[in-house]
Design a protein around this ligand. Structure first.
Ligand code: ACK
Length: 993
């Protein structure tokens, strides 16, 4: 085979041009080239010595871009020493340089007939100089960098195989100190082609990290890192000084510190850019700009915060991320319950809280001239701020709860309370102030206690005392009650005296004995609180009775006592006989002993007008005769037992007009009808209480005969509740119930039994104040509590009446308490009919067997317990109205207690469940029940519902109903009641469980 080296070289050359690898022309950004042989299009002009050694050859790379290569292959000849020297390369800022060689090298074994001179390495050398020395070249000046061997040498020359391997070797050189250097390649007999030579140094390229920009940095020496400070990009601020380290490998390491975009700017592609319209950023930081919160806007780029829409505000301290808010609307449903000279105001949260939770309430008190009724007619009252000594509990402003108690008001005075809801932005929008107002008239109040008592004169058997009138009499003092007893006897027996003036002499006292005494004043409003106990002692005996005389004295005393007793007995008998035959007068002073309760002379007692021989006398005794010309009838509002009920206006002597209700007696009446009609006025006229309908007067001297009462804007309670099903808060309902109980307490204190207490006989005014009305059926209690008055055949409202009153006409305040329990049930069920459509006979039977109405839906457990207490079979176990008022007052003071509902607590076993509701027909089968349900307003909710058994159906709760879309309380109630009925029916058949 021909082994001519020239031929080999040619082959090599051919191969070279075909196998030039894909040279990368894009270098890493941290490498800065000082020399790149590939980049040169023309001759490189390197020095080759001797001239037949290294040869410069033109070729093309894979992209057919011309490149310059050097090759040598004098393998057939001995003692080769071929040098190739680059041009002078300026060092620039580099201290350490890298030399990257790409070359091919022929495996000596694969060259046939070589004479043992073939080498497989070549040497890389360098020479530092401060200037270009041109063609001046001295071998010995060069320092060796390394001997370069091929990782892969090629063996085949067959062109078809194309197995030439390109080697890449990189060598570091440095530190360099002179301005430039040369590289040299020494061949000592190898077959090598130097395809490319690249000389570069490394640097850390300019970069932005954590919004700080770092400049191009060249590492200083091979050991240490270079610390480089960063500069915050535009529109950003240094949070912590930014720094980074540049490694000798040209890599940035350990970024420390950072910059934050200014307010109004956000980070985008390592820069701080302005927030877009509709967005804002209020703080430094690298978070994104936020969208403007509700009710705010930003019309510019780079907004720090968003402005509020009209009528919306941001309170100081509201974060920029919070929606703009507005003042709340006025509180709703204000109710007032007046107790003498104090009033409890309750209200509901405003419908619109303005988007905030920091709601508080302020109550402004104004004292007004004119009457509350005047407000509705003339629309104005002359008001001035209340006196500073009016007491607010807990306080007047900044209230967090929806209730306040206002005390120390003047008796018989009109007040207006403005209740305003405020939130954090209210001070910014004072023009948008909205408040709810309620106008009330305080009642009479009992006098304050007597505090100063003096002893004037003392003897063996008597003492004279005087005292000062109470500080706050709150009206004209009718008399004083003086109670005294021997100190040692501890009040087990005591004596009561009354005095009109401020002094009294107590006679018949034991000598040398200590007594305790208490005084209380009485006005038309009743007794005030008792004074603290006052102690006095009688003088000692001046003589003692001898034992001989004692028997005589004892006999004499016994005789005297006997005579007195006989006289008193006769007096009582004669008195009783006279009373029966005489008509009674309201001011008549009587002693009542009933239920252990002592009613003392002077306490106003109800007088039954039927006991008057001439009933018209009773009317004029208790009711004011009005001029018909002063009454204007506006419209008919309903029908009463004796004629129409109208609304109208009454002109008062002061020329002011007030709204009134007018009951008329229809024409063609009998004498008895007239008497019975006017009896109601005679009864009503005796009462004066904020929860009893007030009689304005009667018209009896002209026709039609009329009874004129105050006007109650919301009509009767039962229809009012049905109209406003599920619309009141628990506390409002309790407020109404408290009013009714307070009115009933007043009636029972006066000895009056209503007999027809039911929601339909309670009237409601515009302030939700409930007043007891309808005194038609009522009768007075006789003095003896055991002697119940018996009606002759009158109609009895069975569902509302206590069993003993139905069975043997035992009407008492305790039977009124039973009716109150039914009213309580009516109120809590928003006007549901008690016992639904059960017949009267079934009701009597069920109640007699011990069954009771179930708790209305969502009824607080305490109220249901109160109902059950009112429905005690044993009437003495039922609560007195005074106790009912106090229970309800406690509930009002502690509204949280209303949250526990009877439906969730254990219920008594004797609940009467509805079997035959009017709207939910009696249930036969499951299918019937479902059909019945589908007639309700929420039928769609049921159309897709299927229940596997009556059991699951009957366990359905209000929550379950809400889930299927029945959200209105009315239908919910009916459905739940019906479900109970179904449960009862399926478990027990048609008999109540
Ligand atoms: O529910 P109401 O509208 O309220 O229908 C009845 C009707 O007359 C027959 O009693 C209404 N009514 C009775 N007294 C008054 C009153 N003082 N003020 C307003 N409405 C009254 C009652």
């Amino acid at each position: 085979m021909d082994c001519n080296p020239r031929l080999l070289l040619f082959i090599l050359h051919l191969l070279m041009s075909c196998v030039v690898p894909a040279f990368l022309t894009i270098y890493p950004p941290n490498e800065v080239n000082l020399l790149d042989s590939k980049a040169s299009q023309g001759e490189l002009g390197w020095i080759s010595y001797p001239s037949h050694g290294w040869e410069e050859i033109s070729g093309v790379d894979e992209h057919y871009t011309p490149i310059r290569t050097f090759q040598v292959c004098n393998v057939m000849e001995y003692s080769q020493n071929n040098w190739l020297r680059t041009n002078w390369i300026p060092r620039q800022s580099a201290q350490k340089i890298y030399v990257e060689l790409k070359f091919t090298l022929r495996d000596c074994n694969s060259i046939p007939l070589v004479l043992g001179t073939c080498k497989e390495t070549f040497n890389l050398l360098y020479l530092e100089t401060d200037d270009d020395q041109g063609s001046h070249f001295r071998e010995h000046q060069f320092l060796k960098i390394d001997t370069i061997a091929a990782d892969e040498s090629f063996t085949q020359t067959d062109l078809g195989d194309r197995i030439l391997k390109l080697n890449t070797e990189v060598r570091e050189v440095g530190p360099l100190s002179k301005k430039g250097f040369y590289l040299a390649f020494q061949d000592v007999g190898a077959c090598v082609a130097l395809v490319s030579v690249r000389v570069y140094f490394k640097k850390c390229p300019q970069t932005v990290r954590n919004l700080a920009s770092f400049r191009d940095t060249v590492p200083i020496d091979s050991q240490s890192l270079v610390e480089v400070p960063g500069l915050c990009v535009n529109n950003s601020k240094e949070e912590e000084p930014p720094r980074m380290y540049c490694s000798t490998e040209g890599e940035w390491l350990v970024p420390i510190g950072k910059c934050l975009c200014n307010p109004g700017y956000e980070e985008r592609s390592s820069t701080c850019q302005m927030c877009r319209e509709g967005f804002y950023k209020s703080t430094h930081g690298n978070m994104e700009c936020s969208k403007c919160p509700p009710h705010s806007f930003s019309h510019h780029e780079g907004s720090l915060h968003c402005g509020c829409e009209k009528n919306y505000f941001r309170a100081e301290g509201d974060p920029a991320s919070m929606a703009c808010t507005r003042p709340p609307s006025a509180p709703r449903n204000v109710i007032s319950s007046i107790n003498e000279t104090s009033v409890i105001l309750d209200w509901s949260w405003p419908e619109d809280t303005g988007g905030r939770r920091d709601i508080t309430f302020n109550v402004l008190c104004k004292r007004c001239r004119g009457t509350a009724a005047n407000v509705s007619t003339s629309g104005t009252l002359h008001c001035e701020p209340c006196r500073s000594n009016v007491r607010f509990l807990p306080r007047a402003t900044g209230l967090h709860n929806t209730t306040v108690t206002v005390g120390d008001l003047l008796a018989h005075t009109n007040y207006t309370f403005e209740i305003e809801a405020q939130n954090g932005v209210s001070p910014l929008a004072f023009k948008m102030r909205q408040y709810a107002a309620v106008t009330i008239t305080t009642n009479q109040a009992a006098p304050s206690p007597v505090t100063v008592i003096r002893k004037e004169k003392t003897s063996r058997n008597s003492v004279s005392l005087s005292w000062q009138e109470p500080d706050r009499p709150n009206g004209i003092i009718l008399d004083y009650e003086i109670k005294y007893y021997e100190k040692e006897e501890q009040e087990t027996s005591y004596t009561i005296l009354r005095a009109r003036g401020c002094n009294v002499t107590l006679n018949g006292l034991k000598p040398n004995t200590a007594y305790l005494l208490q005084i209380r004043a009485r006005t038309a409003a009743g007794y005030g609180a008792t004074s603290p106990s006052f102690q006095f002692e009688t003088s000692p005996d001046s003589f003692s009775i001898s034992s001989e005389n004692s028997q005589v004295v004892l006999i004499a005393i016994s005789c005297a006592v006997a005579i007195i007793l006989v006289t008193v007995l006769l007096y009582v008998l004669i008195g009783r006989f006279c009373c029966r035959s005489k008509s009674k007068h309201p001011d008549e002073k009587r002693l009542h002993f009933g239920n252990g309760h002592l009613r003392l002379p002077g306490i106003r007692t109800y007088v039954d007008p039927h006991t008057y021989e001439d009933p018209s006398q009773a009317v004029h005794e208790f009711a004011k005769e009005l001029e018909a010309s002063g009454i204007a009838i506006d419209k008919v509002v309903g029908a009463g037992e004796f004629g129409e009920v109208c609304s109208g206006r009454l002109k008062l002597p002061s020329k002011k007009e007030i709204c009134v209700a007018i009951k008329t007696l229809k024409g063609g009446y009998t004498d008895k009808q007239r008497r019975d009609f006017l009896a109601e006025a005679s009864i009503m006229g005796q009462f004066d209480h904020p929860n009893i309908i007030r009689l304005e007067g009667v018209v009896t001297r002209s026709k039609p005969v009329m009874i004129v009462t105050e006007y109650m804007e919301n009509g009767s309670l039962d229809s009012f509740l049905r109209k406003h099903d599920a619309q009141f808060t628990g506390i409002q309902l309790v407020g109404m119930l408290r009013g009714i109980a307070s009115g009933m307490k007043y009636l029972s204190d006066m000895g009056y039994v209503h007999r027809d207490l039911a929601a339909r006989n309670i009237l409601v005014n515009s302030n939700l104040v409930c007043k007891v009305s309808d005194f038609g059926l009522s009768r007075v209690l006789e003095d003896d509590p055991e002697a119940a008055y018996t009606t002759r055949g009158g109609k009895i409202p069975i569902r509302w009446t206590a069993p003993e009153a139905i069975a043997y006409r035992k009407f008492t305040s305790a039977s009124d308490a039973w009716s109150y329990g039914i009213v309580l049930w009516e109120v809590m069920s928003y006007g549901e009919r008690p016992y639904w459509e059960m017949s009267n006979q079934d009701v009597i039977k069920a109640v007699d067997e011990g069954y009771r109405l179930p708790p209305p839906m969502d009824c607080p457990a305490t109220l249901y317990q109160l109902m059950l207490d009112c429905w005690q079979k044993e009437r003495n176990n039922r609560p007195k109205f005074e106790q009912i008022v106090s229970i309800l007052d406690k509930l009002i003071r502690n509204p949280c207690s209303l949250k526990i509902t009877a439906n969730t607590t254990s219920r008594p076993a004797n609940l009467l469940l509805d079997r035959s509701s009017a709207e939910v027909p009696s249930v036969g089968t499951m299918g019937d029940w479902m059909d019945a349900m589908r007639t309700l307003p929420c039928k769609e909710a049921f159309s897709g519902v299927s229940y596997s058994s009556c059991d699951t159906l009957a366990k359905t709760s209000t929550e379950d109903l809400k889930k299927v879309g029945v959200t209105i309380a009315g239908p919910q109630k009916k459905i739940v009641s019906s479900l109970k009925a179904l449960e009862s029916h399926t478990k027990n058949g048609p008999v109540p469980v």
